[in-house]
Design a protein around this ligand. Sequence first.
Ligand SMILES: NC(=O)c1ccc[n+]([C@@H]2O[C@H](COP(=O)([O-])OP(=O)(O)OC[C@H]3O[C@@H](n4cnc5c(N)ncnc54)[C@H](OP(=O)(O)O)[C@@H]3O)[C@@H](O)[C@H]2O)c1
Length: 289
Amino acid sequence: MKRLLITGASGFLGWNISRIAKSDWTVFGTSFYHTLPIQDVSLMTVDLTLLRDLKRLFDDVKPDAVIHTAAMTDPNLCQQNRTLSHNINTKVPINIAGLCSGLDIPCLFTSSDLVFDGLTPPYSEDDEPSPISFYGEQKAMAEAGMKDRYPSTVICRMPLMFGDPGPMATSFIQLMLRAIQSGKTIDLFTDEFRTPVSGRDAAKGLLMVLNIRPGMIHLGGSERISRYEFGKLLCESLGLSNARLNPCRQQDLKMSAPRPPDVSLDSTRARALGFNPKSLKEEMEALRE
Ligand SMILES: NC(=O)c1ccc[n+]([C@@H]2O[C@H](COP(=O)([O-])OP(=O)(O)OC[C@H]3O[C@@H](n4cnc5c(N)ncnc54)[C@H](OP(=O)(O)O)[C@@H]3O)[C@@H](O)[C@H]2O)c1
């Protein structure tokens, strides 16, 4: 089998990709702080920001394809640590594109819906990035730099993702469920909209796209929904009748990173290629299993 390198395999999305990819690929993954094993995946601990170590990783693995998911993913942390987050979120992807270019192998990058300002949704692949946070800006700069370094890089803009995070990572719903279990009230925005997708569907979509290599693609979920409605649906689906959800507005909570109001993705192009994520309710009910 061909060799697939997945950076960030200890993370939410990388883990979801790893567990599906291993039926068709020999999978090599990277982690940074987390070091628990993943079944049938060769996991290596690497600081990708060290170019020498990144090059050595490529020399050791000799990949036939690369999916680059590793990143600093919390927009608030990126806002507070601009240089550190720029290194992992912008410099590393561009270096990876350069190494993939040298080997002439497929290179797929997971970007974000947060490259948009959220004022004119839904966003298609033809819309220009208009980031309002450092995280969004870093992702947009990575996209442009990778295209420049290696024009056949596949850029996948991902929406908010949820689901099983594997043994090492977390997704925002685990934080919500923990808060609900401890009886806390959760503030959820009624005026912030996304097109969420499960990690499982996202992983399937990314592996499909890796074969087709369409250039730029949006892998949004099937429904546009506010954070508050998402929380309500999650609690209904899991039978959490005791959850205390407080509907609030973005302006009610002070956060380091500015938040766009509606970064819903138009994923018509991906649907035409066969990317058909399940409904949110179906994916949420699957979390009971
Ligand atoms: N989750 C979402 O809702 C969402 C939405 C849109 C786009 N995305 C994009 O999708 C990708 C995956 O997101 P995710 O939620 O799966 O992220 P995550 O769970 O936060 O995982 C991030 C991964 O990056 C690794 N990493 C961080 N800094 C590193 C470094 N210096 N060297 C090597 N590895 C490093 C982490 O390793 P350790 O954990 O081992 O330290 C982890 O494996 C990211 O590119 C993100 O921007 C995510």
